[in-house]
Design a protein around this ligand. Structure first.
Ligand SMILES: [Zn+2]
Length: 210
């Protein structure tokens, strides 16, 4: 995939010493190319690092090392990693061209490719604390950003399938299977639910009682 550079003046140089820890997904609520032009207009005082349009084209407006202005207003925040400072400093912002109707197939594929590349580049965990919607930062004026049609479930599934399973992860699964902590070969990159934790605890009790 190709990233087309379209620099915007709407950014702050650097990140004030912060590391990138998360990706914030947005929808433009306007059509292309108007949404791109708007984010390049100094009057907007808004931008994002990337914009993915319906055709599946990826535009970069602000460099990753710099702070784009995509989620600076914090309002009824429900994001558990919010540290009380401007979220723009430690996030990457991706805008998807949409009025809330969901993503086109080429747009989804481009967005998936982009997010997959970024999580690998910046070691961002694949979960809903580290890949979030704008609504988690502004729960008043951005409730529908990116909206109920955004393909979260498919996105997390596809991102996890693209994760490499390292040899040390496979060894842990094998060892756990050998001693009876688990009873089948699980995908080590899958998130854990409560039943799984309890099942392992119960298996451990059985082993200890033997
Ligand atoms: Zn937004």
């Amino acid at each position: 995939m190709n990233i087309i550079q379209k620099p915007s003046p709407n950014f702050t140089a650097g990140r004030n010493g912060k590391q990138i820890i998360a990706i914030v997904c947005h929808i433009t609520a306007g059509s292309f190319p108007g949404c791109l032009n708007w984010m390049q207009n100094p009057v907007a005082k808004a931008s994002a690092h990337y914009l993915v349009n319906k055709k599946g084209e990826i535009y970069q407006l602000v460099q990753d090392k710099d702070t784009s202005w995509h989620a600076g207003i914090v309002n009824k925040c429900t994001w558990n990693l919010y540290d009380g400072t401007n979220p723009n400093r430690y996030t990457l912002g991706i805008e998807f061209e949409s009025l809330g109707e969901g993503l086109t197939e080429p747009q989804y594929k481009a967005g998936l490719w982009l997010i997959d590349m970024l999580v690998k580049k910046y070691n961002i965990p694949i979960d809903d604390s580290h890949i979030i919607g704008h609504y988690k930062i502004d729960g008043v004026n951005r409730v529908n950003d990116p909206g109920k049609n955004f393909p979260w479930i498919q996105l997390f599934k596809d991102l996890r399938e693209g994760m490499e399973v390292a040899d040390w992860m496979k060894k842990i699964i094998d060892d756990a299977l050998t001693v009876g902590l688990i009873t089948e070969r699980h995908n080590p990159t899958e998130p854990v639910q409560k039943w799984f934790v309890l099942a392992i605890a119960l298996n451990l009790l059985k082993i200890v009682k033997r």
